[in-house]
Structure formats: structure tokens, C-alpha cells
Design a binder for this molecule. Structure first.
Ligand SMILES: [Zn+2]
Length: 242
């Protein structure tokens, strides 16, 4: 695996033409998970992908756009327009070095501005192929391993299970049993008010159902899904695409 832990010479000698950029977020995750949960998940998922693909794994970008946790001490964000330009600058810097295929791997579901930023790069630069890999927990086939069949937004069964598997020592196993909140609202309600105003526990999902075993299955499924998605997206994203 080639990553930011290699030397510049090793990276040059590898002939690699693809990079992986993991995106995290530093934000409240109820009282049972650390604020760095999305950073750790993005890192682990991107590393799992990088182990099975020829690509340069870059360090996780830890801070993004979590307005939905505004007002909670320790939740840190930047304005979406800042993030938009930062992400585009990083991809264009890679392009200058001949790395024209980029997979941007999301550690959670809330970085909505990443989509338009990537779409614009693909539209304006014919030689670039940038793929947005949405790996947020609780979607698609991962549901087969989980009891809560509703879409979970935050710190629920899926995300807590993943953390039990990857960083169990950082999960508060008593508090995770007390933080369930699973309303009927759509996720778009977060355009109206921060999550902590909607949910008393700061979670949106069912963390009490989480187990390490579910986390292992969900994690492996997410890696497989991400690899499949990257392969398919590059296939329909030729160099003369627009
Ligand atoms: Zn999260």
C-alpha cells in the first residue's frame, strides 16, 4: 500500500496515478462516542480501500462542514464555501503531479458540498476523474446486518457498531444504552435546526442495538461497496466525458 507514510521517492517510483482523500468531521456524537468518530471511521474505511487498490492514500481531512452540531463545544466546522475551495485546490494540486484519478471517501453523511465541488471538477477538467464515495453507515446492503431498518443519521446502531469494532475502548457501553432517538422526520429537518435541538441525546438512531460483531460485518460490507462503486464510477467517467 502506498500512502502518506511513504517517501516522495517511493511514491514517484510506484508510478501511481490515483489518490484517495478521506474526509472526516469533528462533531458531537452523543454522550457515548468521541467527537473524532467520523475522522476515525473515514481513516479506517479509506485504509481498507487503499489496501485493495493501487492508489496513494492521503491523510484524512479532519474538519468539514457540520453546521448541524453548531453550539456544541468541541464540534468544529468551516463554511461550505471554504470547504468547496479547499477540496478543489487539493484535487487540482494532485492533477499537476499527474494524479488525475481521485476517490474522495466520506466518513459520514453530512458533507453535502463535496458533491457539487466534485461535479464541477469533472465538468471543467476533461482529464480529471473524481469520484465521490458515500460510505455513511446504515445505507444499502449494510442494513442486512442491522436490526434498525430505518435510515440512521447519527451515532446510531450502525456507527456505534463500527466504533465498537474499530475502537471499542473509546465507546461508553453504559451510555450507548441510554441514547436512542429514532424519529419519523426526514434528514432534511437538519436544514431547520441543529441536531441537538431536535434530539435530546444528540443521536439519531438506535445505539442501544449496537454490537462489535455487527460493526465488523458492516465495515467489511462498506469496503466492498466502496471498491465496487469506485470501479463502476471510473468506468462511466472516461477522459473525454463532458
Ligand atoms: Zn458520525
Amino acid at each position: 500500500m502506498i500512502s502518506y507514510k511513504n517517501t516522495a521517492k517511493e511514491i514517484a517510483d510506484s508510478g501511481i496515478d490515483m489518490a484517495i482523500i478521506p474526509l472526516g468531521s469533528v462533531e458531537q456524537h452523543s454522550s457515548h462516542l468521541p467527537i473524532g468518530t467520523d475522522v476515525m471511521l473515514a481513516e479506517a474505511i479509506a485504509e481498507g480501500v487503499a489496501e485493495r487498490i493501487d492508489a496513494l492514500l492521503l491523510p484524512t481531512i479532519p474538519i468539514s462542514t457540520c453546521y448541524e452540531h453548531k453550539g456544541v463545544k468541541g464540534s468544529v466546522c468551516m463554511r461550505p464555501i471554504t470547504f468547496y475551495q479547499m477540496l478543489q485546490d487539493i484535487v487540482l494540486c494532485l492533477r499537476d503531479q499527474g494524479i488525475k484519478k481521485v476517490a474522495v471517501v466520506l466518513g459520514h453523511g453530512g458533507i453535502f458540498v463535496a458533491g457539487p465541488a466534485i461535479r464541477e471538477l469533472n465538468a471543467l477538467y476533461d482529464d480529471l476523474q473524481v469520484v465521490l464515495v458515500q460510505t455513511e453507515s446504515g445505507v444499502a446492503d449494510t442494513k442486512a446486518f442491522l436490526e434498525n431498518k430505518k435510515i440512521e443519521i447519527h451515532a446510531g446502531e450502525s456507527e456505534t457498531s463500527l466504533m465498537l469494532y474499530l475502537h471499542g475502548e473509546l465507546v461508553n457501553k453504559e451510555l450507548m444504552l441510554q441514547n436512542d432517538f429514532d424519529p419519523e422526520y426526514p434528514q432534511s429537518m437538519l436544514n431547520q435546526a441543529p441536531l441537538t435541538k431536535i434530539s435530546k441525546t444528540g443521536a439519531w438512531g438506535m445505539p442501544s442495538l449496537a454490537t462489535r460483531e455487527k460493526g465488523e460485518k458492516v465495515f467489511k460490507c462498506m469496503i466492498d461497496n466502496a471498491l465496487h462503486y469506485i470501479e463502476e464510477a471510473f468506468k462511466i467517467c472516461p477522459e473525454d466525458k463532458w
